[in-house]
Write a protein that binds this ligand. Structure first.
Ligand SMILES: Cc1cc2nc3c(=O)[nH]c(=O)nc-3n(C[C@H](O)[C@H](O)[C@H](O)COP(=O)(O)OP(=O)(O)OC[C@H]3O[C@@H](n4cnc5c(N)ncnc54)[C@H](O)[C@@H]3O)c2cc1C
Length: 385
């Protein structure tokens, strides 16, 4: 007899860890399968920190989900007794009337999200740190900040285990099938039977779900940490998260205050990166070598906008974006013969802040086939021709 679970979760990274928690908390029997250890740097959650913000320029429809995400982050902090969310605010700047800044204002207006800005004639507190061109405007969203990825994932896994979830590490799913009677999952170590299946395999989703290549593009992203000569003005007590856009480049540069937790390598470092899909790659064959062509533009950016943060390079890392065709998430329960399967993929470089709510949504979909949270715009059918 094969072991039988109510729900099998494939991939216990960002979204999968939260799904295992939300399901097991409700008393379901859960098996989570992770091909590596809990928390690793080969997928989408490496690099220690992620920004969370609410005046969502990607689309205002995400904002109700974000409201719930903030509540759920508080819940897991209480359950785990860990500080995961650091509220530093986020500082945005760019040329006046840049489309992305206009989208932030519009989202803030629609959902009454507090926003200070040069449009109100306010002064900002970071004059000594940022060098902004005179034609730039700025905004500060105070109820924003960053999340510690490893603490978040480990907290969810520990809490799920307390609720009797079985989380198996270093066990790779090779095949799966779903039929009227249930689901069967074959790994490199064993075989399991389940009633429902959830896919949270991040950059590996295309292969497991047989997605056409145009639907999910995996890209290589580079992170840089430098050691400022004087870190104090850039520390969490004095400096926010930030995002700066310009007309000469799509996407934007972003970063975090100097921090002292992290690994030995990055402690005391100022982390920055470029938010725009990088070179396409295969998650099994990522080129992890960092070249000057990867970091020169980041250092040039520092020179121009944040000269005080330049200094010795402490660390560089690669991480993967899983970009859907429209850069919006896909969260859905499949139909027809696959109606025992729930999927979450295509988080397109902006998913981590939603981890706490996506787990709840996946638990709803897998248990009841529906959720009260407004996810209609993230349906899987929108790419069907
Ligand atoms: C550089 C960078 C910066 C980012 N910045 C932000 C930010 O500031 N704010 C924000 O909100 N988001 C940000 N994101 C996006 C966010 O981190 C991702 O959207 C999120 O981590 C995606 O989670 P996931 O669960 O889909 O993938 P992952 O966390 O990678 O989890 C997938 C898991 O599935 C496992 N798996 C895959 N295949 C199998 C298999 N066959 N068998 C068993 N296990 C398997 C993998 O090993 C992995 O652990 C950023 C991403 C990157 C790369």
């Amino acid at each position: 007899m094969l072991p039988v679970y109510d729900h099998i979760v494939i991939g216990v990274g960002s979204m999968g860890s939260s799904a295992c928690y939300h399901l097991s908390k409700r008393g379901a029997s859960v098996l989570g399968l992770e091909q590596f250890g809990i928390c690793h740097e080969r997928g989408a959650h490496g690099g220690e920190t992620r920004i969370i913000r609410k005046a969502y320029f990607e689309h205002p429809d995400y904002i109700p989900l974000l409201e719930r995400a903030y509540e759920n982050w508080r819940e897991i902090e209480l359950v785990s007794n860990e500080k995961i969310y650091h509220e530093t605010g986020i500082f945005y700047a760019g040329p006046k009337q840049h489309a992305l800044l206009e989208q932030i204002k519009e989202s803030a207006r629609l959902y009454q999200i507090p926003l200070k800005g040069s449009f109100n004639g306010d002064h900002h507190a970071y004059r000594d740190q940022f060098t902004l061109p005179t034609d730039f405007e700025w905004m500060l969203e105070p109820f924003a900040g960053f999340l510690l990825t490893e603490k978040a994932i480990r907290s969810y896994v520990a809490a799920a285990r307390k609720h009797n979830a079985t989380i198996r590490e270093n066990e790779k799913v090779l095949r799966w099938e779903s039929n009227r009677d249930g689901v069967r999952v074959v790994t490199d170590k064993a075989e399991y039977q389940g009633k429902q299946l959830i896919f949270t395999a991040g950059p590996w989703s295309a292969r497991l779900l047989n997605l056409p290549p145009e639907q999910l593009k995996i890209t290589r992203q580079v992170l840089l940490w430098t050691r400022p000569l004087d870190p104090v003005p850039f520390s969490e007590q004095h400096f926010p998260c930030w995002l700066i856009v310009d007309h000469d480049k799509p996407g934007g540069y972003y970063g975090f205050p100097v921090h002292h937790w992290g690994s030995e390598q990055t402690a005391g470092g100022f982390k920055l990166a470029y938010h725009y899909p990088g070179d396409a790659t295969d998650p099994e064959k990522v080129d992890r070598t960092i070249r000057t062509s990867d970091t020169d533009h980041l250092i040039d950016f520092q020179e121009r906008f944040l000269p005080g943060t330049k200094g010795q390079v402490l660390a560089t890392k690669t991480c993967l974006y899983s970009n859907s065709q429209d850069e919006h998430f896909v969260i859905d329960r499949l139909k027809g013969d696959l109606d025992r399967v729930t999927v979450a993929w295509g988080f397109s470089g902006h998913g981590f802040k939603f981890v706490s709510v996506v787990g709840e949504i996946l638990a709803d979909l897998s248990m009841f086939g529906k959720t009260d949270l407004p996810i209609g715009f993230l349906n899987a059918d929108r790419f069907k021709k």
